[in-house]
Ligand binder design. Structure first.
Ligand code: CP
Length: 304
């Protein structure tokens, strides 16, 4: 992987680079578990600019940088930054890139990370741009699948939920398109994958679109569940029409293969019942924990 390069879309990474990142993530995970002190990012500063709420992405990036011996400066709430005074994103990025070696940005507008990468003098990582993409979430999603199955090819992956606004599902589909997988897209009719994403993956992916989880659950190896993205709906009546339209409960899991897994980028609201958490197939908290070693590997690759 080339150093000093921004990561805006998951398509910015080749399959070889993904696999290389996974190897390094496993090394990082081993180092973390052994308590080894890492210092390779000593003297480096990472800026996290979060214009939207986050628990996992911001804190796992910050933990990753500190675990590597680097430092972090952060805007966790845009109301505390000069964005609240009307400063443009371009100006903020020009300035923050002169204070840091790497910028991690989350923003409500699709395309914001791409714009930031144009104005930054240091690499920019997209930590979620509106309903666009969330490429580093996909890295840890694929890493979890690869760890669990030893491969990504030849699996049936069912993506359930808000496929219209869910940026994690967009990045995931774009990444899965380079593997030999079968994909079931399960959503309420008004929350289907947007055509601009479908058009990019339909020639490479074997896909089924349905609103019936029951029709595909028994063949599923990976059930990837997502939250309805309430904050993206312009019309709250439309949101209310899909509340509670799907839920993974004990009875759903009972239909699944013993060797299958359930993932969720989190946060969840009510789309996976808490009774499912103790099932061995529920892997979403392990998936979230991999956020640290995977992001350590990514920071290392970009700044090494
Ligand atoms: N998965 C994810 O992006 O979580 P946060 O919104 O908490 O960062």
């Amino acid at each position: 992987m080339k150093t000093n390069r921004s990561l805006v879309s998951v398509e910015d990474l080749s399959t070889e680079e993904l696999m290389d990142l996974f190897k390094l993530s496993t090394d990082m995970d081993r180092d973390l578990r052994s308590g080894k002190r890492l210092t390779e990012m000593q003297g480096k500063i990472m800026a996290t600019l979060f214009y939207e709420p986050s628990t996992r992405t911001r804190l796992s990036f910050e933990s990753a940088m500190r675990r590597l011996g680097g430092s972090v400066i952060s805007v966790a709430d845009p109301r505390s930054s000069s964005a609240a005074k009307g400063e443009s994103l371009a100006d903020s990025i020009r300035v923050v890139s002169s204070y840091s070696d790497l910028i991690i940005i989350r923003h409500p507008l699709e395309g914001a990370a791409k714009l930031a990468s144009r104005f930054s003098s240091v690499p920019v990582i997209n930590a979620g741009d509106g309903s666009g993409q969330h490429p580093t979430q996909t890295l840890l999603d694929l890493y979890t699948i690869h760890r669990e199955f030893g491969r990504i090819d030849d699996l049936t992956i069912t993506v359930l939920g808000d496929l219209k606004y869910g940026r994690t599902t967009h990045s995931l589909l774009l990444a899965l398109a380079r593997f030999e997988v079968r994909v079931n897209l399960v959503s309420p009719p008004i929350l289907k994958v947007p055509s601009h994403i479908l058009d990019r993956v339909k020639s490479s992916l074997q896909m089924v679109e349905t609103d019936s989880l029951e029709s595909v659950i028994e063949d599923t190896d990976v059930l990837y569940v997502t939250r309805i993205q309430k904050e993206r709906f312009a019309d709250m009546n439309e949101y209310r029409s899909v509340i509670g339209s799907y839920s993974v409960v004990r009875e759903t899991v009972d239909l699944m293969k013993q060797q299958s897994i359930i993932l969720h980028p989190l946060p969840r609201v009510d789309e996976i019942d808490e009774n499912v958490d103790n099932d061995k197939r529920a892997r979403y908290f392990e998936q979230a924990a991999y956020g640290v070693p995977v992001r350590m590997a990514l920071i290392h690759k970009i700044l090494e």
